[in-house]
Design a protein around this ligand. Structure first.
Ligand code: ATP
Ligand code: MG
Length: 473
């Protein structure tokens, strides 16, 4: 055959060149055509091999009819990336490239798929001649003959080590980011809690003072009732004595005189007017103490993370009650509380927000030189579409424009040590925007005052489509 392929065309060419008048026999013509076709096919094959060798993708063809499925073709990328000469790999089975010990599960899967006439996609560890390994992504397909029998398999693959490495790095970065976010959230919770404990501690002194006044009413009332009771006992003794003396026949006039004297001595008329008043004052005092204690308890209510419906007007009243000592020397507070729906929220956290804003307002009024007769804090609550709006305005010193953008930054403060740490508004923002999906706005004019406006969605955090970043304006 080789002889024919090599010589016959030469003969044909020679004959045609040398003796154009002597035509080829039909057999020679047939052979020449056949040889020309084979040469064309060979050239085509060479071009295809060239293209396959130029590809970076690994292409392997194995004989599925022979035991061990030996490789019958591979492109240059396979030999190059596995570190072999092509002839060293031809005739070897897939386990020469992909050792069983590293790829047992995948090799079993591929064998099963190919035996069933299916394609398989997998990732395997390839081992180079020098023993080093790398990851390959592989697509393997069976090649069938006309009768459907599997004759070969074709494997197309690529080194995916860099991609896997990149994915691993990305996963590591994601994990790191996630744990940093968790850590940040944990620190934010701790900060909120610490600030809350600090404010509860600070309020405790004020609350003790607030409780002191009604307790004094109660003390005075009880002391008066005690002495009134002693007077009444003396009077009862005088009445008993009168009964005894009348029973033993003493003249009524002298007995009545003694009774009248006893009544004058204890000032019976005064007792009859003042005892009921003393009861009212004492009960009022007890009621006031009870309401302050209840407000303090509500204010310091241990926060569950869960949110539940709450009346924010009641929250404003509670906070004003516990914070009374913080603002009573600086301002009159006017609460214009409208009819608002309940809001799903963590009310303990919103109490903390209100307290921070009220204390800031009181400080700003003090800084403006005003006092309780001229300072004014106005708190309003109004219903809005799908939400509630609360505003806290003061006629304090105001905030200069250059500070307005910074007031929500953690630890930004213009106050001396001991009066402020700069955490208040950062916590207010975190609670309103991040925890409740609300928004917060500050408007201020130096020398005139400041207004903070809080908008909260009625249905809590989940209903807020996008938590709006707080804006200072
Ligand atoms: N109502 C206000 N009027 C004027 N300035 C204000 C007002 N509220 C806040 N500020 C300014 O914003 C700064 C930051 O307030 P923030 O509540 O965050 O911290 P702070 O009050 O200084 O300290 P902390 O609240 O931690 O005790 C304040 O120092 C003050 O300069
Ligand atoms: Mg503050």
């Amino acid at each position: 055959m080789r002889f024919v392929m090599k010589t016959l065309p030469n003969v044909a060419e020679h004959r045609c060149e040398k003796d154009r008048l002597d035509p080829l026999s039909p057999l020679e013509e047939l052979l020449a055509a056949e040889i020309t076709e084979r040469r064309r096919l060979r050239r085509e094959l060479d071009v295809r091999n060239c293209a396959l060798d130029a590809a970076a993708t690994h292409i392997i063809i194995g004989d599925a009819t022979r035991p061990g499925w030996p490789v019958v073709y591979m492109n240059r990328a396979v030999a190059r990336d596995f570190g072999y000469e092509p002839h060293e790999l031809l005739g070897k089975g897939p386990s020469a490239f992909f050792p069983n010990d590293l790829n047992q599960v995948q090799l079993e899967g591929i064998t099963r798929a190919l035996s069933d006439g299916r394609e398989a996609r997998t990732e395997m560890r390839g081992r180079r001649k020098d023993g080093t390994t790398f990851w390959m992504g592989l697509f393997i397909a069976p090649v069938k003959d006309a009768s459907g029998g599997i004759t070969h398999y074709v494997g197309v693959g690529a080194d995916i080590t860099a991609r896997l490495e990149q994915e691993r790095t990305q996963r590591q970065l994601q994990d790191q980011l996630y744990s940093e976010m968790q850590e940040r959230e944990r620190m934010a919770i701790e900060l909120r809690l610490a600030q809350k404990l600090e404010s509860v501690g600070r309020l405790a002194a004020g609350v003790a003072h607030e409780i002191n006044t009604p307790i004094q009413y109660v003390g005075d009332g009880v002391a008066f009732l005690e002495s009134a009771h002693a007077d009444q006992e003396r009077l009862i003794a005088a009445y008993r004595d009168a009964f005894f003396r009348l029973g033993s026949g003493e003249p009524a006039a002298s007995v009545l005189e003694a009774v009248r004297n006893a009544e004058q001595e204890v000032d019976l008329e005064f007792l009859r007017v003042e005892i009921p008043k003393a009861f009212v004052r004492t009960l009022e005092g007890v009621g006031r103490v009870a309401s302050i204690v209840r407000a303090m308890k509500e204010f310091a209510h241990p926060d569950a993370n869960a949110q539940s419906p709450a009346d924010l007007n009641h929250a404003i009243e509670t906070t004003l009650l516990v914070a009374h000592n913080e603002y009573k020397y600086s301002a009159q507070v006017e609460a214009k509380l409208g009819s608002i729906p309940e809001v799903i929220c963590n009310v303990g956290e919103l109490n903390q927000v209100l307290l921070n804003l009220i204390v800031n307002a009181a400080h700003a009024i003090q800084d403006s030189g005003k006092d309780a007769s001229t300072g004014r804090i106005t708190i309003t609550s109004t219903a809005a579409r799908d939400g509630v709006v609360i505003s806290i305005a003061d006629n304090g010193c105001g905030i200069p424009d250059e500070n307005l953008e910074k007031i929500f930054d953690p630890f930004f403060t213009t106050k001396p040590v001991g009066r402020g740490t700069g955490q208040g508004l950062a916590i207010v923002r975190s609670i309103v925007a991040e925890k409740h999906g609300g928004s917060l706005e500050a408007r201020s004019t130096v020398g005139v005052g400041t207004r903070f406006t809080i908008r909260l969605p009625i249905n809590g955090r989940a209903s807020a489509t996008q938590p709006k970043a707080p804006r200072a304006a």
